[in-house]
Design a protein around this ligand. Structure first.
Ligand code: TRP
Length: 330
């Protein structure tokens, strides 16, 4: 049996090339060696208010993008979190085994709650739901970014705690999986910040579904610096360095080789080339996406099939947990 890998992205904002190069591209490779489950975590996204119409469209669009990027539905399970009811069930049980202090200490909670006027309880309980996502499938490895490591640590604590209380083989204790090739892609407008789904600046992110001309426009208006030499120096030339990182992450050409090819050339060249390379990557993805998105019935059918697949596994784990806790089966 292959080890299980599980990960998910929140359907908020738009998927950008940072997500592709940092997560999706790796997910595609992982399918070869692992049993993979990839979710669109809509339950997590409603910890802040969402417009229902926008949410529905976004969830379907994210699923189609996963597929368009190369997640193979014959090998991996792709599902919408809310279709697998067991997540909320196990989430509740875990909430009843989690200290309030443990949740209040989470950096992401402190950060997000301090920026909101009213804070919903779901924002506090976010990590226990994430733990449920992971523990339901006997997940061995969880590919996550730096910002989610603390949540994974809590997941491990909860698994160990539950195992002590109810039986050592109840949960697999998961490990974080930090991919070897992971480029940190920065905002095109504020290159000292990560490219982010929630960035309100219009030209900051290269989104997977941007048109060819939008990519060109955004690359052209990327913030660089007042110098003129193309060098890889993230501290002093973050904008230029970011464009080099993007090119290298997509093409596989080393940054050193790129830099020597650019000797004597101007920032304009770098920008035009970056746009071209990004578009070469995105053209086939956009095409597959359009095909997938043009038949919603088929997409929904696939999601229904995969939800059943996921529920079979999640249901078996939940039943074991319920038995261990003394819940009477019907
Ligand atoms: N919290 C994760 C994020 O914001 C998303 C997520 C939810 C997740 N459940 C998960 C990631 C389970 C990995 C495994 O990035």
């Amino acid at each position: 049996m292959k080890p299980v890998i599980l990960s998910g992205i929140q359907p908020s904002g738009k998927i950008n090339i940072g997500h592709y190069l940092g997560a999706l591209k790796n997910w595609v490779l992982l399918q070869e060696q692992y049993e993979c489950l990839f979710m669109v975590v809509d339950l997590h996204s409603i910890t802040v208010r969402q417009d229902p119409k926008v949410l529905r469209e976004r969830v379907l669009s994210f699923v189609a993008l996963y597929l368009a990027c190369g997640i193979d539905p014959d090998r991996s399970t792709i599902f919408i979190q809310s279709s697998v009811l067991e997540h909320a069930q196990l989430g509740w049980i875990l909430n009843c085994h989690t200290g309030l202090g443990e949740l209040q200490r989470m950096t992401q909670f402190k950060d997000k709650s301090s920026r909101q006027e009213s804070v919903q309880a779901g924002l506090l309980n976010y990590p226990t739901l994430m733990a449920a996502d992971i523990l339901l499938y006997g997940t061995a490895l969880v590919p996550v970014g730096e910002d989610q490591k603390q949540h994974l640590e809590l997941t491990r604590d909860l698994a160990i705690r539950m195992n002590h209380l109810y039986g050592e083989d109840l949960f697999v204790v998961p490990e974080p999986f930090i991919p070897q090739v992971g480029a940190r892609i920065m905002s095109l407008q504020q290159p000292e910040r990560k490219m982010s789904k929630s960035d309100p600046l219009e030209n900051a992110s290269l989104n997977l579904l941007d048109s060819q001309s939008m990519i060109e426009k955004k690359c052209k208006s990327a913030v660089t610096d007042s110098g003129s030499v193309i060098r890889f120096d993230p501290a002093n030339q973050p904008g230029v360095s970011n464009l080099l990182t993007i090119q290298s992450a997509i093409s596989g050409v080393s940054i050193n080789d790129l830099v020597s090819n650019y000797s004597g050339k101007m920032y304009g060249h770098l920008k035009v080339d970056t746009a071209r390379i990004v578009n070469e990557l995105l053209n086939p993805i956009r095409e597959r996406y359009e095909t997938l998105r043009s038949s919603e019935d088929e997409l929904l059918e696939l999601m229904a099939k995969h939800a059943i697949r996921a529920r079979k596994k999640a249901g078996a784990t939940l039943r074991r947990v319920q038995d261990a806790l003394g819940f009477v089966p019907v």
